[in-house]
Design a protein around this ligand. Structure first.
Ligand SMILES: *Cc1c(COP(=O)(O)O)cnc(C)c1O
Length: 383
């Protein structure tokens, strides 16, 4: 006897949502394709892992696992406030920054409210607003992966409740320039909360054309929050710590009303603190990743592929193949990437910059996959 389908009980907004595309795990790919060596390059994870100081900090903290964590993240808060150069009250913490995205949507977006975002978008920037019945006003990126600043300015004429996007962009890799950000800030009104997702901040901040977003925002009267994370450059994705820097403690206060009080667990707090304190480890990982990014980018260019210059730990590129088809071909070589599915981007793939060995595995697999699909090869296949 089949159990009764509970779907009609769910809210309409939830029934209409698509599932978040979290990608395949290494275990799933290994099993399905019978490959042992997997290059997991679909989730922008850090191939070098966290500082060894993180392991020590976690070991020491395990003994206290029976106690609830500090709901205020005080030690981490104080250290981070000093590092970022803001008051401790200007920080909020989440179970990953995605937790903060969800909370912000629940605090600020009502049914029928409008959210402006840039597309292609990080999935959760549209999924959470949609789940609340908010209306999405998308501003597509321009050809070549540039932000459409005129489009953005136009989208703000009728002020939305929230303007949320990532810069550097996930999945595109490019960022708003200082002057574009200045134009944007000039037209924002107090009716709009700006959510500036800076998940790839550490990778971008050494680059000459990357603006000091926080410095520009600190001159701004209208409300804003900058989101950052320990998941990427600090390699703590598995422990889930993200944070926000807010324009005023009043925003932190609103967030506190809706977040679960212990949303950053005890081990995650000590891990983030230890990771923050090992600057040499961070720097070494960033340098290697940026060097590898240049190498992979150059090779993709040599393969005549369109690649967007990136300020992040991933590359967004286009091929003649449908992204899903290419993804399947790469999977058979043990390479996981993120095939893009948004309309207009179905020939685009996002690949994370892994270790040198993983990147080589990807480049070799890609070269084989593209060779096999070339018109000449296809013709030969039929004979
Ligand atoms: C990875 C990523 C996040 C999520 O980070 P977590 O802190 O792991 O939740 C948020 N925004 C963007 C744009 C990302 O790419």
């Amino acid at each position: 006897m089949l159990p009764v389908d509970p779907t009609p009980l769910a809210r309409r907004e939830v029934r209409e949502l698509e599932n978040y595309n979290a990608g395949l795990s290494s275990e799933q790919v290994g099993k399905r394709f019978g490959v042992s060596k997997i290059a997991k390059l679909g989730s922008n994870e850090n191939p070098y892992g966290p500082s060894s100081k993180v392991a020590a900090a976690i070991s020491n903290a395990i003994i206290d696992s029976g106690l609830y964590p500090d709901a205020y993240c005080e030690l981490l808060r104080d250290a981070l406030a000093e590092r970022v150069g803001v008051a401790p009250e200007q920080l909020v913490f989440g179970n990953g920054s995605e937790d903060l995205i969800a909370i912000l949507c629940r605090v600020f977006l009502d049914h029928g409210d409008t959210l402006v975002t840039v597309t292609p978008a990080f999935g959760l920037h549209t999924l959470y607003p949609q789940s609340l019945g908010a209306h999405i006003r998308p501003v597509p990126m321009l050809e070549g992966g540039h932000f459409d600043i005129d489009g953005l300015l136009e989208s703000l004429i009728e002020p939305p409740c929230m303007l949320m996007f990532s810069s550097p962009s996930n999945p595109v890799g490019s960022a708003l320039s200082a002057s574009q950000l200045e134009q944007l800030l000039a037209v924002l009104t107090p009716a709009t909360l700006l959510v500036f997702d800076e998940a790839y901040y550490e990778y971008a901040q050494g680059s000459l054309d990357y603006p000091d977003v926080l410095a520009q925002l600190s001159q701004q009267q209208t409300p804003w929050i900058v989101l950052r994370t320990f998941s990427k450059a600090y390699a703590l994705a598995g422990l889930r710590v993200g944070y926000g820097i807010v324009s005023s403690p009043a925003i932190a206060d609103l967030i506190d009303r809706l977040r679960t009080p212990f949303n950053v667990n005890r081990l995650a707090q000590v891990a983030a603190l230890a990771a923050l304190q090992d600057e040499a480890h961070l720097k070494a990982g960033l340098e290697t990743t940026l060097r590898e990014r240049e190498r992979v980018n150059k090779t993709l260019n040599e393969m005549q592929l369109t690649v967007v210059p990136s300020l992040t730990n991933f590359l967004f590129f286009k091929t003649d193949q449908a992204s899903e088809t290419l993804h399947e071909a790469l999977l058979s070589h043990g390479v996981i990437v993120k095939p893009w599915r948004e309309p207009g981007y179905r020939h685009w793939v996002r690949v994370s910059i892994g270790s040198r060995e993983q990147n080589d595995q990807f480049l070799t697999a890609l070269s084989v996959a593209l060779q096999n699909s070339s018109p000449v090869a296809q013709e030969l296949d039929t004979h």
